[in-house]
Design a protein around this ligand. Structure first.
Ligand SMILES: [Zn+2]
Length: 265
């Protein structure tokens, strides 16, 4: 088993990567790792995540209360958001929050990442909805994120940034990289006249590959409410990334009743 010290070192390494990739400015962003049912390591508030050493890392309980912190270090002000993810997703071991340039640009423009434009993004993310704006450090962000947790492993935070989580720290970080890469490609394709989207059949084939690989986490391929009985997939999401009910069935039912009432049948 990895020692607590090793995990702290790994958090510092991921902090460096996030900072060096320009996914955060100044002291922004935060990272946490679950080490037991009631112990979580997290980055402190008010420090650059690019220059941390293991003694910076704080330990909190599942309520986000400090168990251990050195000197003046205090846990991230966004710890409530992390704790909500752990509470509602027992499979999650690590949570990463950052403000990557392109993904945050989409979150500010109010455009969720729902266009199927490349196989890797479809397989790893499916699509990335936007959780409604909340004031940082309050319960507003956890409450806004909550409804997306059962269906997605990555969420944009409206006018704020991005949140990713997975069954390991590296996987949660990789998800953040994937979100940003997807956002960047989508942005570039839009500049070039708009992306050619993959077809519904192509998306379904990729979803099938994901299911065959038995990939961990939640994903629209497994859980899309519209995907029951082979109905429309998640890419029929409406503007905010929530699920639009499939209208095909409704339309055919109405048509049937109208025909009956007109005595045509
Ligand atoms: Zn933030």
């Amino acid at each position: 088993m990895t020692s607590e010290y090793e995990i702290k070192k790994e958090i510092c390494e991921i902090g460096r990567r996030i900072y060096n990739k320009g996914m955060v400015a100044a002291n922004d962003g935060n990272i946490s790792v679950k080490i037991s049912e009631n112990e979580f390591l997290c980055t402190p508030t008010g420090v650059s995540k690019g220059f941390m050493t293991p003694d910076y890392i704080c330990k909190v309980d599942k309520e986000g209360k400090v168990i251990q912190a050195n000197g003046n270090f205090k846990p991230s002000s966004e710890i409530k958001m992390h704790m909500r993810v752990y509470k509602e997703r027992p499979d999650v071991v690590s949570v990463v929050h950052a403000h990557p340039m392109y993904a945050t640009g989409f979150a500010i423009a109010g455009i969720p990442l729902t266009q199927p434009i490349m196989p890797e993004a479809v397989i790893t993310l499916g699509c990335v909805p936007i959780a409604e704006y909340g004031t940082p450090s309050t319960e507003e962000i956890p409450d806004a994120v909550s409804k997306y947790l059962p269906y997605y492993d990555a969420v944009l935070l409206e006018n704020h940034g991005a949140l990713t989580y997975a069954d390991s720290l590296l996987a949660a970080y990789h998800k953040m990289e994937s979100v940003e890469f997807y956002a960047q490609l989508l942005f570039i394709a839009k500049q070039l006249g708009g992306p050619q989207e993959l077809s519904e059949a192509q998306v379904q084939r990729l979803y099938e590959i994901r299911r065959q690989f038995g990939m961990t986490g939640k994903h629209p391929a497994d859980l899309c409410q519209n995907n029951k009985e082979g109905k429309a997939s998640c890419f029929n999401c409406n503007e905010k990334g929530s699920h639009t009910p499939d209208t095909t069935e409704l339309v055919s039912e109405i048509t049937k009743r109208v025909i009956e009432q007109l005595g045509l049948k």
